[in-house]
Ligand binder design. Structure first.
Ligand SMILES: [Zn+2]
Length: 300
């Protein structure tokens, strides 16, 4: 399948007009088409260019089968998957509590809430929650199974005043179509001193450099931006946030490496070893496979 693609003529981060090819990788999920990531010649920011049009990008998302995946507990991998997930949910919420200054209000919005496990966990910990999820099946599942309030993108944009203490985006910012527009709106609806929490893959990691075009976290063409620590710092400076903590997502190196091995036609188990090496290297270099960034609005 070949859909309409748009060429981007300006860096989404700094507006510079020149870019050079960084890497090309195939879309292995749906189309098998080749896509390219370019790097801005001024700030180095990497973005997918050309990218699918806003109308057609939905075609590149796999028809979702993750609902059965997330709810089934059969098999060793699924048992491990669920144990890891619960551990991470706990860690994420605790990290937010550590930085949340105002204990009178606990309003949390999760953008890209999917099937709602994170929000359910937060609700159990006393947070007042709202999910934003454009994918209807996932949103309905979250509502029914976890009794969570979930709205679509239009409702998100209709919010005009600052009312959230925390906004989380777990592996979501790399998917949003218009980066600048989203960040401006996220900033607007966050309270002063509120937290923007971003979980993102890191294309400066050891596993990204090792697997090159087979690194699954390129995830072309649905990952439109490929962030590094430096880029997040730049976004924070530009939009009135302060990066107050950066933490590794230690399990992502294993997960990403296992899927990358599979892409090379090898057993996923090789990925366990590579993921371990990635984490050990990152202990020194501070470039993990994925990071959590905690940004505070204002925060100066
Ligand atoms: Zn740039």
């Amino acid at each position: 399948m070949k859909h309409d693609l748009i060429n981007i003529h300006e860096c989404p981060l700094c507006g510079h007009k020149e870019s050079k090819k960084y890497i090309s990788a195939k879309d292995h999920n749906v189309s098998n088409d080749l896509f390219t990531v370019v790097a801005c010649c001024s700030c180095g920011f990497k973005y997918t260019n050309p990218k699918p049009t806003e109308e057609t990008i939905g075609n590149y998302y796999q028809s979702n089968n993750y609902i059965s995946h997330t709810s089934s507990k059969k098999g060793v991998f699924n048992i491990i998957y669920h144990a890891v997930r619960n551990y991470q949910l706990n860690k994420k919420e605790k990290l937010i509590v550590k930085h949340h200054k105002n204990n009178d209000t606990k309003n949390l919005l999760d953008f890209g809430s999917g099937t709602g496990e994170f929000l359910k966990h937060c609700q159990n910990k006393g947070w007042k929650t709202l999910g934003v999820e454009p994918e209807k099946k996932a949103a309905n599942y979250a509502k029914k199974k976890h009794n969570i309030n979930v709205v679509g993108i239009d409702d998100f944009y209709s919010k005009q005043r600052s009312e959230y203490d925390v906004i989380t985006m777990w592996h979501v910012l790399e998917h949003v179509y218009d980066l600048e527009k989203y960040i401006l709106h996220l900033h607007k609806i966050l309270n002063n001193n509120g937290l923007l929490v971003l979980g993102l893959p890191n294309c400066n990691s050891y596993d990204a450099n090792y697997y090159k075009e087979r690194w699954v976290a390129w995830d072309l063409p649905i990952h439109l931006y490929h962030f590094t620590k430096k880029d997040i710092q730049k976004i924070a400076d530009k939009h009135g946030f302060k990066v107050i903590e950066t933490k590794p997502l230690l399990f992502d190196s294993f997960y990403i490496s296992m899927l990358s091995e599979q892409k090379k036609g090898r057993s996923k188990l090789f990925g366990l070893w590579r993921g371990l090496i990635s984490n050990l290297k990152a202990k020194k270099q501070k470039e993990f496979s994925s990071h959590i960034y905690i940004l505070r609005k204002g925060g100066f």
